[in-house]
Design a protein around this ligand. Structure first.
Ligand code: ZN
Ligand code: MN
Length: 477
């Protein structure tokens, strides 16, 4: 029998606000250099302390929701979710269960070259817990990320294979980075994923019990979780068993999961409206201010690069990986009017140099003017610079800045296109190598490259190889 799997995701993303969700401590977006340095009596939950909602968190959350094409709830509020786990001193989380800030959205992406849309159930705001460090037989508490703001993005159960899940998550990451809502770096714990999975026979209208695998924190681990959980459930079903609805924990060292608890009812969390915070009533002004911060979706840019600029799929994907890079690319195209060559200069030369460099990590940190790179491309297009030598010019610009034309002339790289002068060189080469000419004419055509090379050498590598080629073909017959 053939089985299909159905997957829904819950994604926690750290919102990139300056300060924490309910106090004015620095929101240590990445790991802080030391434990317990971004803390105060409020986020350490001293008796009598009260939370105060950070408007910046609401604004960024709203932008994130709108970027997923969600409907905005002008009225939303916080609920108290009680649980017993020693990762917070107050034994509850402040979250939004009944009235989340946004809902009913969708995220568009490409899966195997096809445009697909995946439905978002809702996104709500909630606080992060503290961090427990188990060491030397003791447990230490780090409050740096306590009350850091999170978005929890919940999808509908709309995925049926791993590729869909991966493309969706990559797109989500790009969207939130482009909008400046989250850095969404899984390695830094800014993005974590819970995977809900169930299987059913292909003909069935409904699927069986699902399991939830919690806090998977790398793309490759998500891939492994889906594989593992599908096979685990299949094995149980095929041996006549039943799937328990449960929460499982993934061990990425052993590549296996273990049952943590059978699924609690919502009742167990004893949700009730958070009494320490007022509901959020968004004004039209606040909403339109957030709307004004929206940026073009990375997928729309990618489709534009494919359809209008006719770029290869891989290139379009690379160039839309981060907003600074797409902005740079489009800026360069507006100067050169040559999308393909602008793309290849960025992807094959510039990004390679950046990768090697220790001080510069992104196109937004480049020290030379984009106009200079455009000029290099123009010189290549006009045959005044060979593409081989253009790399040297870009390296010089990268390291020391300056002017492309000056660098070309100072290094004697300007290509000679003067046909008369080049013809004299070709004549000389032909006169100097009579044996090879004879060989060539005796049908050894492989030797043609030898004449081009000799001509280039005689021109001190400044002659245009294209013109040498044409002249030699004409003269050698
Ligand atoms: Zn604090
Ligand atoms: Mn959550």
């Amino acid at each position: 029998m053939k089985y299909v799997k159905t997957i829904g995701l819950e994604i926690h993303m750290r919102i990139k606000s300056e300060t924490k969700m309910f106090c004015s401590c620095k929101n240590a977006v990445a790991l802080a250099p030391e434990a317990n340095i971004n803390v105060c009596p409020i986020c350490m939950w001293f008796p009598g302390m009260l939370p105060a909602l950070n408007a910046e968190v609401v604004r960024l959350g709203l932008i994130g929701g709108m970027m997923m094409n969600c409907e905005v709830n002008k009225y939303s509020r916080f609920d108290r979710k009680t649980y017993f786990y020693p990762d917070s001193p107050n034994s509850y989380q402040i979250t939004q269960l009944y009235d989340p800030i946004v809902w009913l959205g969708s995220v568009k992406t490409l899966v195997n070259g096809e445009t697909r849309e995946f439905r978002i159930h809702h996104m709500h705001l909630e606080n992060d817990a503290w961090k427990l460090i188990h060491t030397w037989g003791k447990t230490l508490c780090d409050f740096n990320r306590a009350w850091s703001p999170l978005m929890e993005i919940v999808t509908d159960p709309v995925f049926h294979d791993k590729e869909e899940v991966m493309e969706f998550l990559r797109e989500l990451q790009k969207i939130m980075r482009a909008a400046g809502v989250s850095d969404a770096d899984m390695e830094k714990g800014q993005m974590r994923c819970d995977v809900n999975l169930s299987i059913a026979p292909e003909w069935a209208k409904e699927w069986w019990m699902r399991t939830e695998t919690k806090n998977v924190n790398s793309f490759s681990a998500i891939w492994r979780v889906i594989d593992h959980e599908y096979k685990r459930q299949l094995k149980i079903i095929e041996s006549g068993g039943e799937i328990d609805q449960e929460t499982r924990g993934w061990d990425d060292e052993k590549w296996t999961s273990t049952s943590q608890r059978s699924k609690e009812d919502a009742m167990d969390y004893r949700y009730f409206p958070e009494p320490d915070l007022l509901p959020i009533n968004l004004t039209d002004e606040f909403i339109s201010e957030a709307r004004a911060c929206l940026v073009e979706l990375p997928i729309d840019r990618r489709l534009r690069y494919l359809n209008e600029y006719k770029l290869w799929d891989d290139d379009a994907r690379i160039l839309t990986a981060d907003k600074a890079l797409s902005d740079y690319f489009e800026g360069l195209v507006s100067l050169t009017k040559d999308p393909k060559r602008s793309c290849s200069y960025i992807t094959t030369i510039l990004l390679a140099i950046i990768k090697e460099s220790e001080e510069i990590n992104s196109v937004s940190e480049l020290k030379f003017d984009m106009k200079q790179l455009a000029r290099v491309i123009e010189l290549v297009n006009w045959d005044e610079l060979s593409s081989t030598n253009s790399k040297q010019v870009i390296e010089e610009l990268f390291n020391n800045g300056g002017d492309a034309d000056l660098i070309v002339d100072e290094n004697n790289l300007r290509q000679k296109n003067d046909t008369w002068a080049l013809e004299a060189i070709v004549d000389e080469v032909i006169a100097n190598f009579p044996n090879q000419v004879e060989d060539y004419k005796g049908w050894n055509e492989n030797i043609f490259g030898f004449f081009v090379w000799q001509s280039m050498k005689a021109s001190k590598w400044q002659g245009n190889p294209k013109i040498f080629n044409e002249l030699l073909k004409k003269k050698l017959g």
